[in-house]
Design a protein. Structure first.
Length: 742
């Protein structure tokens, strides 16, 4: 101890703690002089969220509270112990322990809280870790390579982030409330338990060592114009008064490089957990997946979610779609995964008052029977546990049904006790998330899934709006769970998934119904589902939706080998939407697909899901050529990489031209070849690449892993060729073709 600071070391780094407050005030990565901690005097070490007597969400902190701090040592291991007997005058006894070792690269925080019975706790937030924005400091702003990595959506990174890229560092951002959307926490749309902020030479990765996947909120937040907070709120609601120990550590280590370096560090831990125990190579997969089908989305009412919902006569009655699909299957020389959507009788995305489907159950079942007879797995998307009480385009008013059919007793409640009215869809549909803990929620869902299976659906994406298989937060006191969000949420969903699996089996009369989810499946539920709907964004493209800002294939990097990925939806700039979306889906390890139009072509609009059918703005024949080539490569030589394999660090490929154009009011700048590196279960490596342009291209792979590559498999409209590369690391691709270099 020197002066007012406690100086300690890990295996690689130097740290300092304030002796009076116990706060971590300095962290410097070995070999650098740059400071990773940006703490200001008087800031809290711990924040505690609770519901007050008026039903308001409030936050207590230890700022200004009395405390004691001491250091414990055992060999080369050290622990800084800070004891705080009260927060803001409340009887909350907090002990924060920060541990490390000269032999370990990580430090770990653990927290114990002993509370009085009068506080309705929701969460605790620790460590409170803020870093300097830019990492390199203002003088090096022009050379910034810093990136924030966030496992949300497909994965997000904010390159050279600005304060306005982030939410403000305020308790509001970490609270489970309708304004923050019901599905964005972990496990849910946030699918993994880490945050990272790094550049080429320094940075930090913060992760939770939680093998049970308990709920938490993880967000990068902006603090003023010069700091970033890696914020974690651990949701602990419902724990009885007495000793509350967050039963896992939060760990941090210094990292440097790119998002892949952060992902590699986290993957080392994550793939050793129970959710990764059965990779695809050890599972018996149905032909509906192994045959590399093309997911084809079929709109039955309307062509937009947020638009008119008139029936699409080309697809009704349902068997009329089968000849259209037959022609598409012939054009692509591939089996299909046909997915009926927006068929609910009162309008798209109305649940649970959805059956029988518009056009009738008999025709619905006849379509399914015809698809099964072709060797396809007919499927459908649903609403998850979201109760819709109106659809403003169709005039549906389901308020009476909501009252008489158990809606009020099953939907989630806010902290104030009101029904949780979701804000994101209110302009076109009124909906409320339904609580998985409520018996009525499960009764309705089980009956619904059973009936869909009975009608012949063999792929049911029930969790289409429980993003990432999220358990919606609920503060109800009469649902059979504690009256706050808390650890009960994860096992409630685990049990619910088993019930839905049994319902599908009962409806179908056998095993074999695939269960799917929208958005990347969060860790605790990875092993419980058969397919995931991932909407990728091509490199260099800015998706026209804020939830895909800075999209990266992080989920593929972490968990591709655990669950098959559907690329039926995906972004891509116009007028090259289909070719770029197909190329991205292929190299990211997804099954490329698209949205069926009434003329048998696939939609060519850049959208999170659906877009205008006319005018058709793309060269359909070129797009079909690339899609056919991609499916052929995926089914054949690429299968062990792109179905069962693991994404590896990107390879350096030089000589790729950049395509620049303007369409409408949007300027685009994309590489002409997309690529990623894959490892098969037997350990062999392959570079998978796709040329989405109309010109033959040649690039060079300068990665040492491929300079001695002996084989290049090229798939194009002309078929598949297997040859030796033209030279070391040479990648030659015809127009609208893809390849595998190994």
């Amino acid at each position: 101890m020197t002066g007012t600071a406690i100086h300690l070391r890990t295996a690689a780094d130097r740290l300092a703690f304030d002796a009076a407050s116990g706060a971590l005030v300095s962290w410097r990565r070995a070999g650098t002089r740059r400071e990773l901690i940006a703490r200001r005097a008087g800031e809290a070490l711990v924040e505690v969220g609770h519901v007050d007597v008026r039903g308001e969400l409030r936050t207590l902190t230890d700022a200004g509270a009395a405390r004691t701090t001491h250091v414990e040592r055992e060999g080369d291991r050290w622990t800084v112990v800070t004891h705080i007997p009260a927060l803001d005058g409340h009887a909350l006894d907090v002990t924060l322990r920060t541990s490390g070792s000269a032999q370990d690269h990580e430090i770990a925080w653990t927290l114990a809280v002993e509370r009085a019975a009068d506080l309705r706790l929701v969460d605790v937030r620790f460590p409170v870790l803020r870093m300097p924005l830019g990492l390199s400091g203002p003088a090096a702003a022009a050379r910034r390579s810093d990136t924030l990595v966030w496992p949300r959506g497909t994965g997000q990174q904010f390159l050279r982030p600005r304060p306005t890229d982030l939410e403000p560092d305020d308790p509001f951002a970490l609270q489970l409330r309708p304004e923050n959307i019901d599905a964005l926490h972990y496990p849910g749309y946030t699918f993994a338990q880490f945050l990272a902020y790094l550049d080429r030479s320094t940075g930090l990765l913060l992760r939770c060592d939680d093998v049970e996947g308990r709920p938490k909120v993880l967000k990068p937040l902006g603090n003023g114009n010069d700091r970033v907070r890696l914020a974690i709120a651990h949701v602990i609601g419902g724990t009885p008064p007495g000793a509350i120990h967050v039963p896992y550590a939060v760990r941090a280590r210094s990292v440097a490089g790119t998002w892949e370096d952060a992902a590699e560090s986290y993957r080392t831990w994550s793939l050793a957990q129970s959710w990764a125990a059965r990779p695809l190579r050890d599972r018996s997969l149905p032909a509906a997946i192994t045959d590399a089908p093309v997911p084809v989305m079929i709109r039955v009412q309307g062509i937009h979610d947020e638009g008119p919902a008139d029936p699409v006569q080309a697809f009704l009655p349902y068997p009329k779609a089968l000849p259209i699909l037959d022609a598409l299957a012939r054009r692509l020389d591939a089996p299909l995964l046909p997915v009926l959507m927006s068929w609910e009788r009162h309008g798209p995305w109305v649940y649970p008052d959805a059956l029988p489907p518009v056009g009738g159950s008999e025709a619905f079942a006849a379509f399914a029977d015809g698809a099964v007879g072709r060797g396809w797995a007919p499927g459908t998307f649903c609403n998850g546990t979201r109760w819709a009480t109106s659809h403003r385009w169709t005039g549906y008013d389901g308020r009476d049904t909501f009252e008489t059919d158990g809606g009020r007793g099953s939907v989630c409640r806010t902290a104030a006790g009101d029904p949780w009215q979701e804000p994101w869809d209110v302009t076109w549909r009124a909906s409320m998330p339904a609580c998985v803990g409520a018996p009525r929620t499960r009764e309705l869902a089980i009956a619904y899934v059973r009936e869909l299976a009975r009608l012949g659906m063999r792929m049911i994406q029930f969790f289409d709006q429980n993003l990432g298989v999220v358990t919606f937060p609920c503060y109800a006191s009469d649902h059979g769970h504690p009256a706050v969000p808390g650890p009960w949420m994860t096992p409630a969903m685990t049990g619910f998934l088993a019930e839905l699996r049994a319902a599908a089996r009962e409806g179908a009369g056998a095993d074999g119904v695939l269960l799917s989810a929208e958005a990347c499946i969060s860790e605790p539920h990875l092993a419980a589902l058969d397919l995931v709907d991932v909407r990728s964004v091509p490199p260099g493209h800015a998706a026209p939706h804020p939830m895909w800002a800075g999209s990266i294939p992080l989920f593929s990097y972490l968990y591709h080998e655990l669950v098959p990925i559907s690329g039926g939806f995906g972004f891509g700039p116009e007028p090259y939407h289909l070719v770029t979306a197909t190329a991205m889906a292929l190299v990211a390890g997804a099954m490329p697909g698209g949205v069926l139009q009434d003329g048998g072509r696939l939609m060519a609009r850049d959208s999170v899901n659906f877009g205008d059918w006319t005018p058709y703005v793309e060269d359909w024949e070129a797009a079909a050529d690339l899609l056919r080539a991609a499916v052929a490569l995926r089914r054949g030589h690429g299968r062990r990489y792109l179905l069962e394999g693991r994404m590896e660090r990107s390879s350096r490929v030089t000589g790729i031209p950049t395509r620049r154009w303007t369409h409408g009011d949007r300027a685009h700048r994309l590489p002409a070849i997309f690529h990623h590196t894959w490892r098969a279960p037997d350990g062999s490596l392959a570079l998978v690449a796709a040329n989405w342009t109309d010109r033959e291209l040649t690039a060079r792979v300068t990665d040492a892993r491929f300079t001695s590559a002996t084989t290049i498999v090229v798939s194009s409209a002309a078929g598949i060729t297997v040859a030796s590369p033209d030279g070391p690391g040479t990648l030659r691709l015809p127009a609208h073709a893809c390849a595998l270099l190994r």
